[in-house]
Design a binder for this molecule. Structure first.
Ligand code: CP
Ligand code: NVA
Length: 305
């Protein structure tokens, strides 16, 4: 595989392998310190970022390479110049790119014209690097990828799409609760259910978060207003009423449930401050794992391991 654009492109064995590799990289980072010596990656971002930008930059540097950040006002992908032209030019300079875009199609278009690794650093459809780090965190906390029940409460958007696809690939157990008008894409869910038939994954959809979290080992949430959706704030705030991850929801699991969030968090919206800061929150371990998981992705795609 040359690119990492959708979790759907991984085989179940690839998915497991990447998480195991991430664990190895985390345990022994020195082993990979020269893997990308003299190589440069492009970080092309149409939207803001803290974790994705910095963890890729640090990850590449820690493996001997370097990165150039190209923000929304730098190359103006598809505005100043067509995506296919930018891709062919950068192909002559770079060892790989991480792309964060509004439209998922911008990444797939770029991929067609760029000969080296293309990594999806979040699109409107998927956030595959996030899902890998999430399941690395689950493995560390629970010692299993299959057994823990993850319940996602929130928007049926990019983060949930990648998470549900990865749960399907790994044979995991996932519930998700979304408002009726904010369900995940039926294409993704059908795909995940099809994969689940082979891997034994369990996927269940809900609208009522209290029902969805029963027995959950992890409650996971994401912002209600994603980047680029600021104009939808009024209607989404209304639609997501009752979907907040708070003490009451956390105590409805009947377990000592852990709380995950891809971050950034909007405290007082999808999650309360006390839950974010509480002892069941593992959000910063999860954020750290972005670094290790992405190093594994780069090593694997670029055939350095
Ligand atoms: N979770 C995540 O992707 O964070 P950033 O938007 O800060 O990169
Ligand atoms: N769904 C969020 C995820 C941020 C990491 C967004 O797209 O803004």
């Amino acid at each position: 595989m040359k690119d990492f654009i959708s979790i759907a492109d991984l085989t179940p064995a690839d998915a497991k392998h990447l998480i195991e590799l991430a664990r190895k990289v985390k345990k022994n980072p020195a082993r990979y310190q020269s893997a990308f010596k003299g190589e440069k990656f492009g970080l092309i971002f149409e939207k803001p970022s803290t974790r994705t930008w910095v963890s890729f930059d640090v990850g590449i540097s820690s493996m001997g390479g370097s990165a150039i950040y190209l923000g929304p006002d730098d190359i103006k992908l598809g505005v100043r110049e067509e995506v296919r032209d930018v891709a062919r030019v950068l192909d002559r300079y770079l060892a790989g790119v991480v792309l964060r875009t509004f439209a998922h199609e911008t990444i797939t278009e770029f991929q067609k014209y760029f000969g080296k690794a293309v990594i999806n650093g979040l699109s409107d459809f998927e956030h595959p690097c996030q899902a890998l780090a999430d399941y690395l965190t689950v493995l560390e906390k629970f010692g299993s990828l299959k057994k823990p029940l993850l319940t996602f409460v929130g928007d049926g958007n990019n983060v949930l799409h990648s998470l549900v696809l990865l749960a399907a690939k790994l044979g995991g157990r996932i519930h998700y609760a979304t408002p009726p008008k904010n369900e995940p894409s039926s294409v993704v869910i059908n795909q995940a259910r099809q994969i689940a038939r082979k891997t034994g994954a369990q996927i269940q959809a809900f609208h009522d978060p209290l029902k969805a979290v029963r027995g959950a080992d992890v409650i996971y949430t994401d912002v209600w207003i994603s980047m680029g959706e600021e104009h939808l704030r009024k209607q989404k705030m209304k639609a997501f009423r009752g979907m907040q991850v708070n003490r009451k929801l956390l105590s409805a699991t009947g377990k000592n449930t852990q709380v995950m969030h891809c971050l950034p968090a909007h405290r007082g919206e999808e999650i309360t401050d006390d839950v974010m800061e509480g002892r069941q929150s593992i959000v910063f371990d999860q954020a750290e794992n972005r670094l290790h998981a992405q190093k594994a992705v780069m090593l694997w795609l670029c055939k350095k391991v």
